[in-house]
Design a protein around this ligand. Structure first.
Ligand SMILES: [Zn+2]
Length: 463
């Protein structure tokens, strides 16, 4: 049987295993069912011929580490990075089927984690089974899995665990937890992720909420304090005003701009979908593509204070809070943002505003011309029959920095996502056709890698 045929024959088992994974509600934000899910993942990896164990992290749920090194010391090694945690499924009433029960309708598998990221775990196991069967029962490359349980809450404990265990993580290439196709079916090869720094700001002014007629002229209002503090963070041209915030920003290169210009534009679709006339700064064409990912952001994600119920309530709030995220571009560092946010608020007279740091991640990039990226793109072209989209940087974040900067591994993407996956949302789903394509691509990439590492180039790592 061909490699593709072998992947296809692995589908029934993959769906049965995906069903078992989806049935464990491993919601990192609630910290429930993390150990049972890690245990199930390890069991599945063992059932597919890998040696697997749970490894404790310093304060978080365990990571699952697994490997099969039977290809021998001369064969290349691939490290798969995945996560077994999922986002909360709420609001439940917006799901058409129960979120933690795999439901397959019209060749689409529905359930929390089907795409992000449990579907990617089974996709990889399908690829490995097919490769083994095509290769006389043995994998042609060495394989490792690092599957964490905190990706959806900023991978809080992963970087420290990776640093302490770098000796077991060495590999020639890391296959990232996500990937997939755009709305035209072109496979996306993603070469970088932005970083993030997430904060809560709290204002407290008086002991408890007051009558606005009594306190309005005399008492400091927590909502106003917070709004004034927030207003100092960014100007009306979207420029972030923290001291030194742009000092380490690496602008997009000519090569980045050429890659962005070659990407299909979602400009008109985004405007229609979100009902906006124009993007910030009037960005359009390749400048919209650049601005979308190469500019740092400061986003108020939520604001809370006083009375928000129906009708009027003349109250003067004692407390106010905001959630705030900063998306970071190479080479910004969340730790620097944490310090400069505090210093900035103090310098503007807001020493009373409490800042809570909820976590952060550093940005990371791989050279889009790295030979591993080229090999990933070539094999994608064969499987998908369409030109891959080489994306220099995406707007979202993930723990890429410890892989590219710590382990110094190139990162590539072979995945099962598509724009309608509804990751993080109700009715999260995985098209079975994408599962098969993703597994075929993964198998093809590993197979090509086993035929000899791609020719070295002048590729470098950018952070
Ligand atoms: Zn996610």
């Amino acid at each position: 049987m061909t490699l593709d045929g072998l992947v296809e024959s692995a589908l029934p088992r993959a769906l049965e295993e995906l069903g078992r994974l989806v049935a464990v509600p491993s919601v990192a934000a609630k910290g429930e069912d993390m150990e049972p899910c890690a245990g199930l993942v390890a069991d599945l990896l063992r059932a597919h011929g890998l040696e697997a164990h749970l490894a404790a992290t310093d304060g978080g749920p365990p990571v699952v580490f697994a490997e099969d090194r039977s290809a021998g010391p001369d064969a290349p090694t691939v490290l798969f990075y995945n996560h077994y945690d999922v986002q909360p499924a709420e609001p439940y009433h917006l799901w058409d089927s129960p979120p933690f029960t795999l439901d397959i309708r019209d060749n689409i598998a529905y359930g929390r984690g089907t795409s992000d990221d449990k579907g990617h775990i089974v996709c990889r196991l399908m690829a490995l089974d097919a490769l083994r069967a095509a290769n006389g029962g043995r994998l042609p490359v060495n394989v490792k899995f690092l599957i964490e349980g905190e990706e959806e809450i900023s991978s809080v404990h992963l970087p420290a665990w990776m640093e302490a265990n770098a000796n077991i993580l060495n590999a020639d290439v890391c296959v990232w937890e996500f990937g997939g196709v755009d709305d035209q079916g072109h496979p996306q090869i993603i070469c970088g992720l932005r970083g993030i720094a997430y904060f809560e700001l709290h204002a407290r002014t008086i002991a408890y909420d007051a009558h606005s007629g009594v306190g309005g002229s005399l008492f400091p209002n927590a909502a106003w304090r917070l709004v004034w503090a927030l207003a100092t963070l960014k100007d009306e041209n979207e420029r972030i005003l923290l001291p030194g915030h742009y000092d380490t920003v690496k602008p997009a290169t000519d090569d980045d701009m050429a890659l962005l210009a070659a990407l299909p534009s979602e400009e008109e679709w985004l405007k229609r979908e979100f009902g906006i006339g124009q993007f910030l700064g009037g960005a359009t064409g390749v400048e919209y593509q650049r601005r979308a990912v190469f500019e740092p952001t400061c986003t108020i994600c939520g604001l809370d204070s006083g009375w928000q119920g129906e009708g009027a309530k003349t109250v003067l709030p004692a407390r106010a809070s905001a959630k705030l995220d900063f998306r970071l571009v190479p080479d910004q560092d969340p730790e620097t943002v944490r310090q400069s946010l505090r210093a900035h608020l103090d310098a503007h007279g807001f020493t009373d505003i409490e800042v809570r740091y909820l976590g952060g991640q550093r940005p990371g990039r791989v050279d889009p011309h790295h030979p591993m990226v080229s090999l990933c793109a070539e094999t994608a072209r064969e499987v998908y029959g369409k030109e891959p989209a080489l994306i220099p940087l995406v707007g979202g974040s993930g723990p890429i920095h410890p892989f590219v900067a710590g382990l110094r591994q190139p990162v590539v993407t072979c995945g099962v996502g598509y724009p309608g996956s509804r990751a993080h949302a109700p009715n999260e789903n995985l098209r079975l056709s994408d599962l098969l394509l993703g597994a075929k691509h993964t198998a093809r990439f590993l197979g090509a890698l086993s035929e000899g590492p791609p020719a070295p180039s002048q590729a470098t790592f950018a952070q």
